[in-house]
Ligand binder design. Structure first.
Ligand SMILES: [Zn+2]
Length: 180
């Protein structure tokens, strides 16, 4: 087997991280990660169009809860729900993760934290956290910007659609979803 040197990004973000030590040192980790290492996220979209940028700031709040203030972003290809062609969307997540030793302890965290469970040594898998947040940040429906869909309709047909348009037609429903 060939020996492969890990990229700098992998060095910067270990698979297992001592969360308690990171909180005590108020560690901030940030960088850019190879998207090929995010298999679950890749499976959730058509394609991923760039590296995953992340920032994780370990700290304590005023009530002494350990938490991670974080963000992650990348660009992914999804299917436009209007024209069913590919559309590239920016996927961007901001999150606050409360750290706990068990599900039971996590219940006592303030509600605005998403809980993450540490192992008995206080370790977490930061890659899994970032990947979970990317998946959560995916839009439910993706659309091209107005006027950029690849629907090539003859002009006459377009006019006819407008004439017959009613409030209950499916396009109106799509428009409502889009505006939310
Ligand atoms: Zn479209």
């Amino acid at each position: 087997m060939p020996i492969m040197s890990p990229s700098m990004a992998e060095v910067a973000l270990p698979r297992r991280l001592d969360a308690i030590r990171s909180v005590d040192h108020e560690t901030i980790l940030s960088g850019s990660l190879d998207v090929d290492l995010f298999k679950r996220f890749q499976e959730a979209v058509e394609d991923v169009n760039g590296p995953v940028d992340y920032k994780l700031a370990f700290q304590r709040d005023v009530e002494n809860h350990m938490f991670i203030d974080g963000e992650c972003s990348t660009r992914a290809t999804m299917v436009c729900q209007r024209c069913l062609d590919a559309v590239v969307v920016v996927v961007q997540g901001k999150f606050q993760i409360g750290l706990a030793f068990s599900d039971e302890k996590a219940k006592h965290l303030p509600k605005h934290y998403e809980p993450a469970i540490m192992d008995h040594n206080g370790n977490i898998d930061p890659w899994e956290l970032v990947e979970d947040e990317l998946i959560l940040a995916l839009p439910m429906f993706a659309y091209h910007a107005d006027g950029e869909c690849e629907i090539k309709q003859p002009k006459a047909e377009t006019e006819q659609v407008e004439v017959t348009e009613k409030d209950d037609n499916p396009f109106a429903v799509l428009q409502q979803l889009k505006s939310k």
